[in-house]
Design a protein around this ligand. Structure first.
Ligand SMILES: [Zn+2]
Length: 174
């Protein structure tokens, strides 16, 4: 269970039990999260991110780009990426703020999208994954740690060959 490395053994034993149960991780996740959000485009994502930013980080510098990125790996890129791209414009060095969100987050519950966006916004103030960083995350989303854990359960489910649980195909009229 590579996506759950570092969690306490007792908790992992419970996860293992759930995997082996008839409904599996899918049953647990479907019960906790009924539907996916409907933010499908970069434009909609930009508005969503800016909504959270103006609620919690009014004074942070403006975001230049917000986009879904199909090449991002969720965990390898630490649950998203946060880059400060420096471009030389004339003699001035300009800093551009970008937030990219792995495209897996197009088809997940809204709570998980909010969790990943909160993560990226927190990096605008805290670079490292340290205590100050996570207290900023939980300030913006009190359930942050639970949501990250549940996302990791979903990745574990997919890693074991499970089907996508909130695919956009399910939302289309039959
Ligand atoms: Zn990070």
């Amino acid at each position: 269970m590579k996506y759950l490395a570092g969690y306490p053994p007792a908790l992992l034993a419970q996860v293992k039990q759930q995997i082996d149960s008839p409904s599996g991780l899918a049953g647990l996740l479907r019960k906790r999260y009924a539907t996916a959000h409907e933010i499908r485009t970069d434009r909609a994502l930009y508005d969503y991110v800016n909504g959270l930013k103006s609620e919690f980080m009014r004074n942070a510098e403006p975001l230049h780009k917000v986009a879904f990125d199909s090449k991002l790996h969720v965990i390898r890129n630490a649950l998203g990426t946060h880059t400060t791209v420096q471009r030389v414009q004339g003699s001035k060095l300009k800093t551009k703020r970008e937030i990219r969100v792995a495209s897996l987050f197009k088809e997940v519950p809204e709570e998980w999208l909010r969790m990943i966006v909160v993560h990226e916004l927190a990096h605008m103030k805290q670079r490292e994954h340290d205590k100050a960083f996570y207290s900023l995350c939980t300030h913006m989303e009190p359930a942050y740690h639970q949501l990250e854990f549940d996302l990791r359960l979903y990745l574990t489910h997919l890693d074991h060959g499970g089907e996508r649980l909130w695919s956009a195909d399910d939302l289309r009229p039959q």
